[in-house]
Write a protein that binds this ligand. Sequence first.
Ligand code: MF3
Ligand code: CO
Ligand code: CO
Length: 275
Amino acid sequence: MTEYQVIDSRDTVLRDGTIKLHGPDGYEGMRKAGQLAARILDEITPMVQPGVSTGELDDKVRELTLDGGAVPATMGYRGYAHSCCISINHVVCHGIPSEKTLKDGDIVNIDVTPLLDGWHGDTSRMFLVGDVPLKARRLVDVTYECLMIGIDKAQPGARLGDIGAAIEEHARQFRYGVVREFCGHGLGRLFHDAPEVVHAAKAGTGPELKPGMFFTIEPMINLGKPWVKLLSDGWTAVTRDKSLSAQFEHSIGITETGNEIFTGSPKGWHKPGDY
Ligand code: MF3
Ligand code: CO
Ligand code: CO
């Protein structure tokens, strides 16, 4: 049974398994946090070039986050020590920034989560480094389509499983693998909260979507099999078959009539090809 909890920003929020239903103050807070998150990705876009290290990108994300009056929610999260996650090629998610430099032909995901005035804006995009082969570019395009097709299904009265069903159906047409081990998540004043948003699901299953629900959709799509493994650093997830993996993420809220994307790019730089 799904439990919902109507809350406003004065309430104490607990990770108690309930799905939070937020009011206007929640939307205000999420708009600001989400727009800062998207602006951070816009501003680092010109830096994503061959030769830049992921550590330098992380430093810039931290600077932009702090300048925006926020803190990176990832810093100190379960022992994670960086301002964002940067996942290159066959890294599925949670790549750790380091001295490693980007090289021509890489595809890379940058995932940022500023915590602004108590609200989390969580978003990621793929970037193409130099000349990227068509096969990889197509994976990136289709992954973006998967995210947006999922968001289209996020309507009041629909079920959570409708989102994953639509994503999986789209990915399947290209014989891509949809990662199961990592999911979207409720968020707001908590970084990771109920519900778990699976990206491969059965339509008509799962909790009903109601106005005031905030969650991310963040499909990870593999050029090969869906299987992932965790490296010994305890964070980096890679494809078992070493195939390329792509991901895009938005934070959204369910409204009376549909949904609101909190993390849309101010510059309209939603995906490669837009800039
Ligand atoms: N931003 C990631 C997400 O989409 C979470 C990163 S947690 C970290 O949920 F600790 F790995 F940074
Ligand atoms: Co997320
Ligand atoms: Co994220």
